[in-house]
Design a binder for this molecule. Structure first.
Ligand code: ADP
Ligand code: MG
Ligand code: MG
Length: 252
């Protein structure tokens, strides 16, 4: 089992404190969801976990098992089995989608044991078909000219190819029509195993009817303010964040 453990995390961006003492533990085998209003720091959390340099950890720790992530580069975090599907995936010119995935897979393997090329191609064909993606998308430059929905689908393809231990999916549902949402959800559900855990960040309860989480966390003002099961997402949908603020006595 692998455990991502976030302890009393404080993070500042450009000198402004965004995360204010966040605690969260995600283990392989578990599906977690974070919901929260816009601007509350959800993407800040995901970028900080991956080690984006703009996000300064001013106190607290993020551990993967016994390893403090503060000591690991972005690449080393990926090698350790972390994966981030960004809210706004970036376009990378000159690197094809397939090349990117092969490099990412090999980065997690011993240097003298890269994935066999035929094995890679077969796996890519299988996952691509599972996600109803065209063959041609693998040969395009990474995210270049991809529509919003294609980018999200492609993040899930990358996840299925790279097989991380813990995947952080930042608004994997944003901008998707219902068919694309079903495909993306199918991909995430297919990952369910004792060796995989995920932290899904979403605004909408809708995603969580397709991917049923084991835990739902509500984040407000840089902290987790409430944790429950899948039913918490439904409660939020009907009562809104205002209802929860009232219940918890948090000022708006
Ligand atoms: P959420 O994902 O919950 O909508 P974000 O983490 O994107 O929230 O943003 C939280 C706050 O941090 C916002 O006030 C946002 O403007 C600020 N912020 C996040 N990232 C950056 C950045 N790279 N540069 C400047 N401000 C940022
Ligand atoms: Mg946002
Ligand atoms: Mg965000």
């Amino acid at each position: 089992m692998t455990t991502l453990k976030i302890v009393n995390l404080h993070v500042s961006v450009e000198g402004k404190e965004i995360l204010k003492g966040l605690n969260l533990t995600v283990r392989t085998g578990e599906f977690h969801a974070i919901m929260g209003p816009n601007g509350t720091g959800k993407s800040t959390l995901s970028q900080t976990i991956m080690g984006h340099p703009a996000y300064e950890v001013t106190s607290g720790h993020i551990y993967m098992d016994d390893q403090d992530l503060a000591e690991l580069s972005v690449d080393a975090r990926a090698r350790a089995g972390l994966f981030l599907a960004m809210q706004y995936p970036s376009e990378i010119q000159g690197v094809t989608n397939a090349e990117f995935m092969r490099a990412a897979i090999n980065a997690r393997r011993p240097e003298d044991d890269p994935i066999n090329v035929m094995d890679f191609i077969n796996k890519l064909d299988e996952k691509r078909e599972f996600l109803s993606m065209s063959e041609e998308m693998a040969e395009r430059y990474l995210n270049e000219g991809f529509s919003g929905g294609e980018k999200k689908r492609n993040e899930v393809l990358q996840m299925m190819m790279i097989e991380p231990k813990i995947a952080i999916l930042d608004e994997i549902d944003s901008g998707l029509d219902i068919d694309a949402l079903k495909v993306v959800s199918r991909g995430v559900n297919e990952m369910r195993s004792d060796d995989f855990g995920t932290l899904m960040i979403t605004h909408y309860q809708r995603l969580l009817t397709y991917i049923v989480p084991d835990f739902v966390h509500v984040m407000m003002d840089g902290r987790i303010v409430k944790t429950g099961g899948a039913e918490l997402a439904q409660k939020l949908e009907s009562e809104g964040y205002a209802g929860l603020r009232n219940e918890l006595g948090i000022d708006a």
